[in-house]
Design a protein around this ligand. Sequence first.
Ligand code: IFM
Length: 400
Amino acid sequence: MTELAPGFLWGASTAPHQIEGNNLNSDFWASEGRMPGMERSGDACDSYHRYREDMRLLADAGLNAYRFGIEWARIEPVPGLVSRAELAHYRRMIDTAFEFGLTPVVTLHHFTSPLWFAQEGGWLGDRAVERFRTYVEAVVPILDGVEWIVTMNEPNMLAIMVGMARAMQSRQDAGQWQSPTVDNEGPRPQLPAPDVKIGARLVEAHHAAREVLRERTGAKVGWTVANRAFVARPGAEEKMRELEYVWEDLYLEGARGDDFVGVQSYSSQWVGPDGIEPHPQHPDNTLVGTAYRPDALAIAVLHTADVTDGLPVLVTENGIATHDDTRRVAYTGEALEHLFKVIDAGIDVRGYLHWSLLDNYEWGHWEPTFGLVEVDRETFERRPKPSLAWLGETARRART
Ligand code: IFM
């Protein structure tokens, strides 16, 4: 039986914009509905008001951790104006997690920024790093007792999103919405690679935030990287290393010196001599068009540990977009078996947080459902799926 690290975290992850609802002052909210094919987040899952119910579901299932985010656009709706009421709201969330025996893993930035920040030039603007640092300083007073802080979620995906938004601005015809996280939207160009210049700026912002958090909190600080679990076709090893740098390693190298690194893994991708091979159509593909590859988690964890020189790993996201909950259980069970093998091999893994607690807003789409819990979008009733109890039971068994 695999020996897990003491206090191993078992839980699920969410992101503010995807579940809270009415994130009115954010850049993503402003972009919603502007392009054909893009659905709005609207009330989302109304978790802004129902977070207590959400956390209770996790705790009742036997899980001990919840990753959620603080929304910058709520904390600082206009530059320099910090909302005390919103700070108090997120502090209540942290306290509620403690009340239910859940370790909070708090994300400070998950793709969305205040609209004013985007209008000022966003991540490539002259004041970007200073602005982010100021926001982090504003949040620090409510982070007392929080042990795990993620400065930024998937900076590599954020770099793609920033690049796509810039490309859209310069085009006359807005075209069809292409979610950066959805691979199966008909004939479409492949996702553009993350822009290295934007990536370098995000690394700078992460380091600035880390400095503030190190000085003023006792938390473990890290960021989370979307891992594509590249696998090279024979002869394409060099090409793969080139792509790995642009897609992941720039960000993993940026994590060196952190206290932990978040691994986010869903599928794997072949690399041939000409580059990334798109996932071929297959009946097993997920609702976001990716291949069914639970083994990707082990590839991702091993690669991450290698590039970060053995930083402790927290699996901050892993899951599958499917309407079939039996498949979710099968996928997650297999992914965990792969994870346990890398732990047995000596990799320092501190927890497993499933994506996601709720069926939520998948960046322009409601169709791909990743949740352990279904949400009625009219009444906001939560309906736990069997996978929630299954994950809780898996955690309980692993602890004994
Ligand atoms: O929903 C996203 C999340 O916001 C970031 N990681 C991938 C998830 C699934 O696509």
